[in-house]
Design a protein around this ligand. Structure first.
Ligand code: F6R
Length: 639
């Protein structure tokens, strides 16, 4: 396929190779910030080129989480570098239906909030499908949307995100390559993904108006953005799979000027990233050797110590044999590396040689600081390890970074308010709390008092769980980081106040171990912000003496687990410990029974985490290591 790279401003070295697996040109960046800046620069250059020629620049724009940082950068270019949008005409991809413009859920609102209100675009040059067009006029309206695009000479540039269904715009599976702008029914998975923004699936519209595939494909240049782990599978299917209406984004394989801009996580399932030895000659370092041998064991369905020279040669790994020599030496080396990750002593084992253990022996009694983004991530993600740390005599502290109030349903809050009222029937504050809860008509409009009650409920659930695991109350810390306290889903940006709160607790405790949620699955989610705050705090404290004696371990949230080759410490659990962990999770009662922010897995947290811990144990066992009931996994963060 011929690739046009002329518009790319920045080309990271070695990122432009095509492979026999890939059918769409893609560029991988370290993170979404870097990628977004490059895309914004490309758009800015296009606008300026057109300005120089006295021409109009026609942009197709997307909404959702993916383009937000591109818009931020365009706003910055306008404000700080004088980029003008006077010659720009925009057409948005889609709008929910029915949807009034003023609704905070409308794409009309989104575009003004993130871009249009901050630049000098002429209001008459903005086109966004109208979510309130009467049904009987929809067909005509959609045809005229396409015609208007054509009247400007077509789209010069189309920005896209991608849904997990493989939709572009809202062209859901089944969309035809020749489809024009039209009224469509949203896929259940798309509605599921939108549910948190709408406070529950029942509030998500069933329909939308979307630009058609043909309309999108007619753009002269297309850039699709995808960030984060949860896009990795659909990105692989779209770039490497067969073109099919089941994954409408695969139609882009036929467009000759399309680039996918990805971050590391979104690209992680691509063959050239996941199994580069199948694609090209590799530079074999220890990380790649471990990754490839674990993979080889999986594809051959053999434990590591049973892998033969033939297996290596038959699976693209002859280069490794040439470099390392005997295959059995490689088997043993990787087997030992994995063996050394396993420890029942997550705080270090006293009186034992620690040369090959994940944690050091001294000091025997460590101060441990566990950061938990919400009040429950600690027990969900590392409840077994927490239990062991307490039982092995360490001074365990848990710091809950946010109140988690937003995830308590009104019904739950009402239940507690009614109990309070039972004991104080004349208390006006409680009465008005109950009235607030009963009369509010928008789920995201909690009063400050309601928010406080919800936060208090979660706090006491956390206290119950930790008390059960033997953590003294003085070691429970509720940080209530300010970025979270907006009362709505949209959070404030991380501020120095947030970072200072995290720094203060680290300085006060001077921990020998820090555990943090390294869950990057959702690049805009609370976990990522909480982690950013911890990284920033560690960075500014790393020169202090006590930090020389501190190790940082990352666990993952409820949605993903580290892959085996990434794991630096694997803490096995006995069946009894699995039950203790389950019981600790049960204390978080408000998070049971189909909570608001469940993601696309309808199982309760304790079921999910047990399944995940069992799977990790099975993976270790299949590699030829000991057979445990469950394993919690950690990756070391070096600072
Ligand atoms: C939005 C749109 C959709 C989104 C897609 C990804 O205008 O057309 O196709 O781009 O659903 O959404 P995010 O970026 O929120 O993951």
């Amino acid at each position: 396929m011929k690739l046009s790279l002329k518009n790319i401003v920045y080309q990271p070295p070695g990122q432009f190779e095509e492979t026999r697996y890939e059918k769409i040109h893609n560029v991988i960046f370290d993170n979404s910030v870097d990628g977004s800046k490059v895309v914004a620069a490309e758009i800015a250059n296009l606008i300026k080129d057109k300005q120089a020629k006295n021409e109009i620049c026609v942009l197709g724009l997307a909404t959702g989480s993916s383009p937000i940082k591109v818009y931020e950068e365009l706003v910055r270019l306008h404000k700080e570098e004088g980029l003008s949008f006077k010659n720009v005409v925009t057409f948005n991809l889609d709008e929910y239906y029915p949807m009034p413009k003023e609704s905070i859920h409308s794409y009309h609102y989104f575009m003004h909030q993130h871009l249009f209100d901050h630049i000098d675009i002429l209001p008459e040059n903005i086109n966004i499908p109208d979510g309130m067009v009467p049904k009987e006029q929809l067909i005509e309206y959609c045809i005229s949307y396409d015609e208007k695009i054509k009247s400007y000479g077509g789209l010069d540039f189309q920005l896209l995100g991608i849904g997990r269904t493989g939709h572009i715009g809202f062209n859901e599976p089944g969309s035809h390559i020749n489809s024009g702008t039209r009224f469509i029914t949203l896929d259940p998975l798309t509605r599921y993904d939108a549910a948190p923004d709408f406070f529950g699936i029942n509030n998500v519209p069933r329909w939308a108006i979307t630009m058609g595939v043909k309309t999108v494909m007619s753009a002269k240049r297309i850039v699709l953005l995808a960030w984060g782990n949860k896009k990795a599978d659909i990105i692989k299917k779209t770039i490497e799979g067969k073109m099919t209406s089941d994954v409408p984004a695969t139609y882009l394989q036929q467009h000759n000027n399309t680039t996918f801009v990805l971050d590391q996580e979104a690209s992680s399932e691509l063959t050239r990233i996941k199994t580069p030895w199948l694609v090209k000659d590799c530079k074999w370092d220890d990380t790649l050797i471990k990754k490839s041998v674990v993979w080889l064991s999986g594809v051959t369905d053999k434990s590591i110590l049973k892998l033969t020279e033939k297996d290596y040669n038959a699976h693209g790994m002859s280069g490794l044999l040439a470099q390392e020599g005997d295959h059995y030496d490689i088997n043993i080396k990787v087997f030992n590396q994995l063996q050394h990750t396993i420890t029942g002593w997550p705080g270090g084992k006293p009186n034992a040689d620690d040369t090959n253990r994940p944690e050091r022996e001294y000091p025997h009694k460590k101060r441990v600081l566990i950061f938990s983004p919400h009040p429950d991530d600690d027990v969900i993600s590392m409840g077994g390890t927490l239990d062991r740390l307490v039982q092995q005599g360490h001074e365990v502290h848990v710091a809950y970074q946010t109140s988690g109030s937003i995830a308590v349903s009104d019904e739950q809050a009402l239940k507690y308010a009614e109990i309070l009222l039972h004991y104080q029937p004349d208390n006006n504050k409680i009465k008005s709390l109950i009235k607030d809860l009963q009369t509010k008509n928008k789920p995201y409009e909690d009063t400050v008092e309601v928010r406080k009650l919800k936060a208090e409920i979660r706090k006491h659930e956390a206290i119950g769980a930790l008390r059960y695991l033997g953590v003294p109350e003085k070691n429970m810390h509720f940080l209530n980081m300010p970025f979270y306290e907006t009362g709505t889903i949209k959070k404030k940006p991380l501020s120095i106040r947030d970072i200072n709160i995290v720094k203060d607790i680290i300085v006060t405790i001077q921990p020998h171990q820090i555990f943090a949620a390294g869950d990057l699955a959702d690049p805009h989610g609370t976990h990522k912000v909480c982690l950013d705050a911890i990284f920033a705090a560690i960075d500014s404290l790393k020169t202090q003496d006590f930090m020389n004696d501190c190790r940082v371990w990352l666990y993952r949230g409820a949605w993903h687990e580290w892959d085996v080759p990434q794991i630096d410490m694997a803490v096995p659990m006995s069946p009894d410990q699995v039950l203790r962990k389950r019981k600790a999770i049960f204390y978080h009662e408000t998070q049971k029974d189909g909570v608001m922010f469940q993601g696309n897995d309808p199982r309760e947290f304790w079921v999910r985490t047990e399944d995940r811990n069992r799977q990790t144990a099975e993976k270790y066992n299949r590699l030829g290591l000991a057979d445990y009931a469950a394993i919690e996994a950690f990756k070391r963060y070096l600072f």
